[in-house]
Structures are given as C-alpha cells and as structure tokens.
Design a protein around this ligand. Sequence first.
Ligand SMILES: *Cc1c(COP(=O)(O)O)cnc(C)c1O
Length: 407
Amino acid sequence: MTAQKLPENLHRDTLAVRVGIERSQYGENSEALYLTSSFVQPDAETARKRFANEEDGYTYTRVGNPTVTGMELRLAALEGTEAAIATASGMAAILLLGMGLLRSGDHVVCSQSVFGSTLRLFAGEFAKFGVETTFVSQTDVAQWRAALRPNTKLLFAETPTNPLTDICDIAALAAVAHSGGALLAVDNCFCTPALQRPITLGADFVIHSGTKYLDGQGRVMAGAICCSQKYVNDVFWPINRTVGMVLSPFNAWVVTKGMETLAIRMRAQCDGALALAQWLQAQPNVAHVYYPGLASHPQHELAMRQQSNLGGAVVSFDVRAADAAQARRRAFHVIDSTLVCSVTTNLGDTKTTIAHPATTSHGRLSEDQRQAAGIGQGLIRLAVGLEHLDDLKADLMRGLQQLDTLQ
Ligand SMILES: *Cc1c(COP(=O)(O)O)cnc(C)c1O
C-alpha cells in the first residue's frame, strides 16, 4: 500500500482530510484501521525480499503498519516536511531524536523552560550515557550562542512554553545552531502546524506530542518526529523498529482522524483563549495575564509573526494576593469553584482544563527554582477548549468574585 495520487499544490485544509494511504479493495471512505501485529506474506521468496529490504511490503507492525504510515504522511503534509516517523508518545519522539543524533561526548543546548519530562530526559537520562546539556534562557538568543561548544550537536526548543507562554525566535535559533554546525529541533506541541511550521523557519526537526492538539480530544497517547526522508529512513526508522517505541495502529487512526479537524479546532480554541485573556485582564482579582495574543505580552510581535497571528489556546493568570500562602489559597479556591472546567494538567482537549502549575506540573521544583521560573503560588493555567465562552467566564467568575470575602 502506498501514498495515494493527489493533485499537486493542494491547500493544507485539503491535505488534512485527504492525505493518507491508498484505499483498500473495499473502497472505504474513512481511513481503514489495520489492527494487526503481523502481515501474511504471499510466498516465501517475497517474505525473504521484504525482510532483506529488497522490496517494500509490510511484515510486522513494529517495523511498519499502513495505518501508522497514513498518520505519518498526513502529519508530514501539514508540517511541510518530507517525512515523519510516529512514536508511542511525545516523550518517545524526543528519546528517539536523542538516540538518533547523539552519542557519548556530545553536547546539547536546551531551553530551561521546556516541558518537565523533557528537562529530566536531557538532564538525567541522556547524562547517564555521557551526553551533557546546557540549559539556557528561553528568550535570550545570546545565551544560546554563548553556550555553543565544538561538540554541540543539537539545540532543543519549545515555543510557547508551559505555563507562562514565553516565545523563542525559531529563525534566530536555527541560525545559531547552523553557525555552530549543530541542528535545531523544535517541540511544536502547543502551536501545531495549524499555527506554526518550524521547518519553514529553518528548524531541522519538529517534535510532536500527538496526545495533545493533534488528537485534540484527549483520547490517546502519540508522538512523532517530522523531518527529511533521509533522516527517517537512515537514522530514526532503523532505531525505532529495533527498540519498539512505535505507535499503536489504533492510536495512529485516532490521531489521523483528529488531524482532519485540527485547523478549525485550533482557530476556535485560539479565538476563545484570546477573548478569555482579554476578559481576565479586566478582572479586579486578576493581577497578571500571560497570553501571547495580548499586546502586553513581552514577545507579542514575535508571536504574531511566528504563529500565524494567533496566540494559541493556553492562557495563564495570577490571582491577586498579598503573599504566597494567600495566593495558593485563592488559586485553589478559583480552581475548586469551577463546575465546567476539568481540573487536570493535560491540555490540547476540546474540554477546557484548569491547573495549578506550582503544585502539579512544576511541583517537583524547589521554591527557588519555581521563583526563578516565574511560577508563583497564585498562578492558574487554562487550556481553552470548545465550550461556550459565557459558560467559561461564569465558571471562573464564581471563584474570582468570592476572593474578597476569603481570608
Ligand atoms: C505533553 C508534552 C510532551 C510529552 O508528550 P507525551 O505524549 O505526554 O509523551 C512533550 N512536549 C510538550 C510541550 C508537551 O506538552
């Protein structure tokens, strides 16, 4: 089974619903789900050729599966890369990236504000194998440049960051990486290709957690690396077929169907997030709102340029408080007063989620580290879904308006 023949120069909205694998002999309109661990070979000689890589053809799902291939083709089409390789989760994609590009003695430069598990992967797991990582400011390009060493192989960035939505300049980081003979990987989980395509800005690899907006409905774990065909064929696929961090065909099918509505979901969720951010800014019990779509955001102009004029669907805000203890009590009160929002740290769902980063996603940091990262006890993160805005405002208002009568 191969990629279908589609006309050239189709728009991305069309690619999102049309790119995949050829229909089977049954002519199904919705993509088929090949939920099988192995594939029957027509004869022994064909099996020999397929196992020797002399002929294309599926043999075993750890090595390849048509439903997974369909998801990879669709995601690559949206990101504008030649190819993509799917993995069992977003973290598996970053591990595969490191296994493919790094060896003992190599050096990595990474933003200090990346996803918590990514920090631990570079600082802990890769360090065990002799790969050293320097963590630098998300927004200060000079720090990235100064951290380069002769053995620097990889720069790793994520933008916007969670939960404060700091933006890094992808094109500037690509220039820094290439000037030092290194490669740039960008985790595009928060923006997705609907808003931001790092490859067009000079990045070499795009990382995805398909668990978030690509699925978009909070159902499955998935991940991917999007890059050149050569890197997929020569570097990542040989490793992944051996180590087995492969995506299940069922999960690939769910994400494939999720991508069909990605662009309209992202636009609606970004519009909702902007409206909510503006509303929050006007609330007397809100001290500060962090959202790239607001003119008050320190990298507002860069964000608008880099993210198709959209701010993303994640909004964070500080409740007004006199000290850290009161801030935590007040933030907890706002969170616990919601009846619509889901109290969970996940994001990228059609259901709005609300979280207290200081005691959940960033709970393992010391108070000093948290202060340095700017994550206070009064901070609340919202990942805006598709509910009606008035219902979301009322849900937040319930707790916010009671803060004056609270201790
Ligand atoms: C969730 C997330 C990951 C990890 O993805 P999983 O699918 O949970 O393994 C990586 N990067 C970012 C920015 C994330 O939000």
